[in-house]
Write a protein that binds this ligand. Sequence first.
Ligand SMILES: Nc1ncnc2c1ncn2[C@@H]1O[C@H](COP(=O)(O)OP(=O)(O)OP(=O)(O)O)[C@@H](O)[C@H]1O
Length: 203
Amino acid sequence: MSFDVLTAEHVGFRYADVPVLNHVNLRVESGSVTALTGANGSGKSTLLHLLAGVAQPTEGTIHRRPGTRLALLPQRTGDIDALPLTVTECVQIGRFTLRRRLSREDRTSVMKIMQRLEIAHLARRRLRELSGGQRQRTLIAQALVQDADVYLLDEPTAALDTHSRQQVHELLAEHVATGAAAVIASHDPAETALAEHTIHLER
Ligand SMILES: Nc1ncnc2c1ncn2[C@@H]1O[C@H](COP(=O)(O)OP(=O)(O)OP(=O)(O)O)[C@@H](O)[C@H]1O
């Protein structure tokens, strides 16, 4: 049985005095995929940040089912390149908690997802030494290795070739089959076709 994990009611957001979102309503159900579409600058990234709690709406409310675990793959991640992280360390961040060290299972999950996304051979490379697609697959691995109830993904596969795109979609489908929800901002009709629901933002 599905249930609401995340809802937005009459949500508005403005950067200083510039309104970006107005009266956005959405309901995200467990085990479902929601696509966020709209032209460049229509507010998709902003809405994902609000849903993730990275920013607060200036109007309306966002409700998260208590205990909901969120995983966010942001679109702009340039700051990460400045850190001297290897690919493995970057993916491991997805399993970090403040409570305990990484377990054997965490390490196995990290290894498995790196193999699935074909970045295992890059394990010791620094992020800044990767191609755009390799780097993106590393960040996707960091997001999808998390045991989340909702995956908020900002144009996850925009920089990827067809094969890698398919791998990401397969991984995502596996998460959704076990009851997780996904909200995906995308300009790719093949990707938005994976979703049961589409929220189209007008500028
Ligand atoms: N930090 C910021 N300060 C001021 N304005 C911002 C900021 N970030 C985004 N904006 C503006 O907010 C609007 C929405 O941006 P947002 O990145 O959410 O759009 P988007 O739909 O994700 O675009 P794209 O398809 O290009 O990724 C744009 O007009 C953008 O210029």
